[in-house]
Unconditional design. Structure first.
Length: 120
């Protein structure tokens, strides 16, 4: 997942209610709105994700809009997204988000283990 989508999802998962995380998130959102105001689908994707931040479909929709509008080529937006992620990590509000697609997938985090057993 691209760094902008990841930062937005992580901020929403962290709650984005107060402090520096909130300020950085709102700054990132405002920068996107200012630079890409004529691209309504992008803005709408962010707002829809805010309403249902756990929705995989809405997360993927935002990622698609970010790719289509080439936000990852905008240094100012990417830098702000990285600052947001750094702040989330340092504030302890980070929620671990793992996403996998396919069959027979196991995921583990923080030194835990995951297994897939297939009996045929």
């Amino acid at each position: 997942m691209d760094p902008i989508t990841t930062a937005i999802i992580a901020a929403l998962a962290a709650g984005v209610t107060q402090g520096t995380v909130s300020d950085l998130y709102n700054g990132l959102k405002q920068l996107i709105k200012t630079k890409y105001c004529n691209r309504n689908d992008l803005i709408i994707s962010i707002e829809k994700l805010e309403q249902k931040p756990k929705s995989n479909a809405r997360q993927m929709e935002l990622q698609e809009q970010i790719e289509e509008n080439q936000l990852n080529e905008d240094i100012n937006i990417v830098d702000l997204a990285k600052k947001l992620m750094d702040e989330i990590k340092s504030s302890g509000d980070e929620k671990h988000i793992m996403q996998a697609k396919g069959k027979f997938i196991a995921q583990a985090d923080h030194g835990s283990a995951a297994n897939v057993t297939i009996n045929r």
